[in-house]
Write a protein that binds this ligand. Structure first.
Ligand code: ZN
Length: 298
């Protein structure tokens, strides 16, 4: 199945549901960054969540940045996702691998760490972006971002994200976000029903691996409380908007002394985009021009 995002409502618009399949784009991220299994799971879960978070924004150019910084060996995770269905991201230490948990699962919580922060920035394309921070709960990412939505955005939400990866690569990845909007949140029986349904789901990736579609899962959760599927299916993909010019611009951070060294000793430089791993060559002439610009800027 192609990577895609679908939307639905239930309870006369009181419940908003979004589901996303991200198998291919997670595999692309794995290959681009040469991610370990754990790093694939951690980044894949965060990318699925980024697309789900961005899906509720209104303006065409809206984007969400999710940064997770725990005290585990994986280091930071950074994801940038747009309402347009594009997503990119990376982890600080892509090679980390740990022993599986006693349940035989990838120890994402151990890799991310239980202490640290989730930072979310919502940028609608003009004015100041909205940003907010909460502490990590478990480092498993789904829990941490659910906690973020409940405390920071004050929307009762259930977020499930999952990635299945083995020696053949990523075979299943995606996520599900269900939010109870304020007008329905007062209906306690509805909230309880939804909670019990969600608790009975056996994990998002296992449902997909059992051959269920997003539509099937929505039907199972919300079929008898007025489920309405939106007809549009949105394609989602890994995409980075980097360019030779932008990556070169980042070399300015090294300062004039180091640039001078790159020119004299290395006769150029190679720069890599953190988000997508694309490599860009800066020639001696490129670096001389950067240096001239920096000197002109003082
Ligand atoms: Zn890039």
């Amino acid at each position: 199945m192609a990577d895609q995002l679908i939307r639905a409502t239930a309870a006369k618009g009181g419940i908003r549901a979004v589901g996303v399949i991200t198998t291919r784009l997670t595999e692309e991220a794995r290959l681009r960054h040469q991610l370990s299994y754990l790093a694939t799971a951690a980044l894949g879960r965060t990318m699925a969540a980024g697309l789900l978070f961005a899906s509720s924004m209104k303006r065409a150019r809206s984007r969400v940045n999710i940064r997770i910084k725990g005290n585990g060996p994986l280091g930071g995770i950074l994801v940038d996702a747009g309402l347009d269905g594009t997503v990119r991201g990376y982890v600080e230490n892509p090679n980390v691998e740990l022993a599986p948990t006693p349940q035989g699962k990838l120890d994402v919580g151990g890799a991310v760490g239980q202490e640290g922060y989730v930072y979310v920035i919502r940028d609608v394309g003009y004015g100041y972006p909205y940003s907010s921070t909460v502490e990590l709960v478990s480092g498993e990412i789904g829990d941490d971002l659910t906690h973020y939505l409940a405390t920071s955005e004050q929307t009762p939400s259930a977020l499930m994200v999952g990635v299945f990866v083995d020696e053949k690569g990523v075979s299943t990845a995606g996520g599900l976000l269900i939010q109870v909007l304020p007008k329905a949140a007062r209906d306690e029986s509805l909230v309880e029903l939804l909670e019990s349904r969600l608790a009975s789901l056996s994990g998002f990736t296992s449902l997909l691996r059992a051959g269920k579609s997003l539509q099937d899962i929505f039907e199972q959760l919300l079929g008898d409380i007025g489920l309405e599927m939106m007809p549009d299916v949105q394609l989602v993909r890994f995409h980075c908007g980097c360019s030779h010019e932008k990556v070169l611009g980042a070399l300015k951070l090294f300062g004039t002394v180091e640039l001078q060294e790159m020119i004299e000793q290395d006769k150029g430089a190679e720069a890599t985009c953190d988000f997508c791993g694309n490599r860009y060559q800066a020639s001696e002439a490129d670096l001389m021009q950067l240096l001239a610009e920096m000197q002109a800027e003082g």
